[in-house]
Design a protein around this ligand. Structure first.
Ligand code: RUQ
Ligand code: CUA
Length: 663
């Protein structure tokens, strides 16, 4: 593995507009320090001498930083990222797209983006947001237009069976409008979207891994959702100033029906989510337990928490009718999970485990024993032992804090943690721009006072400011310790300059050895917050749709026709390269026109597009798929409906005519 990859290129001249601060920082260490310091100053400037100061110093190079990686790597690396032309990747990277609102599929280890699945966005290629079917999933206003046109996807997770991915579903959240979307693993299309009631800023999601109430249910049945923003209830403008009364709700959605099952009222802001392998616990890390509504107010507490939800007790409370009514009028049952209402462990539905300073991530170790939660303003990661949390719920622990069994100092700005299945954890250090590899058992020993426990195993520089990271098959029982993918929030000088904003930088580390080795990097369109890396044999996609799946499919080309019912006209159309079944169809100005198109081509990858100029219609039908669009024919004249997807030598000739007679 070439170590040149870890060397910094000299600054391109255009970077001079970084201003005086960058002046004279041609050398790697200084520039890295500058980036760390800039982030640090941002926080300190906001009145936060706190947290960071508690580790006593400004960011500095750690002994195992760049230098250690300029020496040839010993016993480390060895995996190849080179995927020769014609060869397939070994993993699917299912990645959120961030404010582009989509979900992306990237091959690993090559980093090649294979496709994008439109979810909360509008997509002209597939017609997502244009077709009646996609509009029904996205949700419409009474006038038929889309309820929302923006999205902000953050976290992707897959459905589980026996503690590992089963490839059936993937879920992704929309932070802006608090929606949860499900993607079918067989055709990679979004089939359901649920808007969560009573919440704003829905951020973390995690599917459960089994249902402990039923010995036969060893797969995902629910998806848990944390909401980040506290809001007044009801949020109708009558109580905006009583900020103490704002609160958030933790939501459980049924994995199959995608209906909201229940919500739990909690203190503080919820962030990421994790679930235990036994199906008993879900957790969300929390910041702003002080309930501040300003930047400084949100960060004054020394400790926030990781809240654990006792799922069986919540569902029992609902059965017993032990609920508070939904403030916003939805019929979702709500259980009171606030600290004050859950002081008695034996009756509690929630357990608040104190964690230092505004924790951001919470992740489950693949051995099923621990959750790791790190405070972004504390240089520590807290190891929480799940059996001890259950012990607290049974009345066997004095203080929930006793569930913390390790709390190593690992570096500045720790955010998210991944695992390798060999007992090691990897945490992103946002401020240090590094990844730290540390040993969980050693951290527990050190916490018990063992001075010789070697907790930190390695650190490596990444470029720059990492947020999420994940390892191959991370957070499953099959965590395989091959690759670690880092989502860096800034790429700075790593790619050709493209104007004031740069892409994000995804870096792939080989973690098979003692030391991490930077193997590959690729720019990504902002901003994939989070991703999962799934081995390829888990995902089994179909190459052709089942025509029977579409109730409106036109199964025989001879059934193509124009049907009129008053001013409503329906066009039944089929496609087969290189022709549509009708060469023209006539309607009257003012008609409401519905076009239903079934693609009769049954060869994989042979899709056809259908676009109507000036009418803003544009979609693609995959093999044996049916889609429809509805519009008002308000413009008289001739409109060439044409195939937008290159399908045949006579693709350009694949057309039909929409003839609109003037009223
Ligand atoms: S976030 S960088 Cu998951 Cu939306 Cu942590
Ligand atoms: Cu059909 Cu191009």
């Amino acid at each position: 593995m070439s170590n040149d990859k870890n060397k910094q290129p000299s600054l391109p001249p255009h970077h001079d507009d970084d201003g005086s601060m960058i002046e004279g920082m041609q050398e790697d260490v200084s520039r890295r320090k500058f980036l760390g310091m800039a982030a640090f100053t941002g926080l300190a400037g906001a009145g936060l001498s706190v947290g960071l100061a508690s580790c006593g110093k400004a960011p500095e190079k750690t002994s195992s930083g760049t230098e250690s990686h300029t020496a040839p790597a010993e016993k480390s690396g060895g995996l190849s990222v080179h995927i020769a032309p014609g060869q397939l990747d070994t993993y699917y990277n299912m990645s959120s797209g961030g404010h582009s609102g989509d979900l992306r599929i990237i091959g690993e280890p090559s980093g090649r983006e294979i496709t994008r699945i439109p979810v909360f966005n509008i997509d002209c290629m597939s017609g997502w947001g244009f077709t009646n079917e996609s509009k029904a999933i996205l949700g419409t206003k009474p006038d038929g237009s889309l309820k929302y046109t923006s999205g902000d996807t953050h976290h992707v997770h897959g459905s589980y069976e026996d503690g590992t991915y089963d490839g059936k579903y993937f879920w992704v959240n929309d932070k802006i409008h608090s929606r949860l979307a499900r993607i079918r693993g067989d055709v990679m299309v979004c089939d359901k979207i649920t808007e969560l009631p009573n919440v704003q800023g829905f951020h973390g999601i995690f599917p459960d891994k089994r249902d402990p109430a039923d010995a036969n249910v060893n797969h995902t049945t629910r998806v848990f959702c944390g909401s980040e923003f506290r809001i007044p209830h009801p949020n109708d403008g009558t109580n905006m100033d009583d900020t103490d009364a704002y609160y958030g709700l933790f939501t459980c959605v049924d994995a199959e029906t995608m209906e909201v099952r229940w919500q739990v009222k909690v203190d503080g802001n919820m962030d990421l989510c994790a679930t235990s392998y036994d199906g008993k616990l879900a957790a969300t890390n929390q910041y702003n337990t002080e309930k501040g509504v300003t930047f400084a107010g949100m960060m004054s507490a020394e400790r926030d928490s990781c809240v654990f939800f006792n799922i069986a007790r919540i569902e029992a409370a609902i059965k017993a009718g032990n609920i508070i009514s939904s403030p916003d009028g939805s019929d979702v049952p709500i259980v009171d999970g606030t600290k004050a209402a859950n002081a008695d462990p034996k009756a509690a539905v929630t357990c608040y485990v104190p964690i230092p300073k505004s924790p951001h991530g919470v992740n489950a170790s693949p051995d099923g024993k621990y959750f790791v939660c790190s405070g972004k303003l504390s240089p520590t990661a807290s190891v929480i032992e799940l059996s001890r949390v259950l012990q607290w719920f049974d009345g066997g622990l004095e203080d929930p804090r006793e569930a913390v069994v390790g709390e190593p100092e690992i570096g500045l700005g720790p955010l998210h943690t991944a695992f390798d299945g060999r007992g090691n954890a990897y945490t992103t250090l946002f401020l240090d721009s590094q990844i730290v590899k540390w040993n969980v058992d050693a951290a527990i020993k050190a916490y018990q006072g063992d001075k010789n426990a070697k907790v930190i195993i390695d650190k490596i520089d990444v470029h720059y400011q990492p947020g999420h990271l994940t390892s191959s098959m991370n957070e499953t029982k099959e965590s395989d310790g091959q690759w670690l993918l880092i989502g860096n929030k800034f790429s700075k000088d790593r790619y050709l300059p493209v104007g004031p904003m740069h892409p994000e930088n995804e870096q792939l580390l080989d973690i098979t050895g003692e030391k991490m080795v930077l193997a590959h990097e690729t720019p990504v369109y902002p901003e994939p917050h989070d991703f999962i890396i799934v081995k390829r044999d888990v995902i089994k996609t179909r190459q052709v749709f089942d025509m029977d799946e579409f109730p409106n499919a036109i199964k025989e080309a001879k059934d193509s026709r124009v049907e009129r019912d008053g001013s409503k006209v329906t066009i039944y159309l089929t496609s087969m390269a290189p022709a549509f079944s009708l060469t023209e169809f006539k309607v009257r100005q003012g008609d409401e026109v519905t076009i239903i198109l079934t693609n009769h081509d049954k060869i994989e990858d042979l899709g056809h597009g259908f676009a109507i100029p000036k009418y803003d219609i544009n979609f693609v039908v995959s093999p044996h798929e049916t889609k429809s669009v509805t519009f008002i024919a308000d413009k008289p004249g001739v409109y060439w409906c044409y195939c937008t997807h290159f399908c045949h030598a006579l693709h350009l000739e694949m057309r039909s005519r929409l003839l609109v007679e003037p009223a």
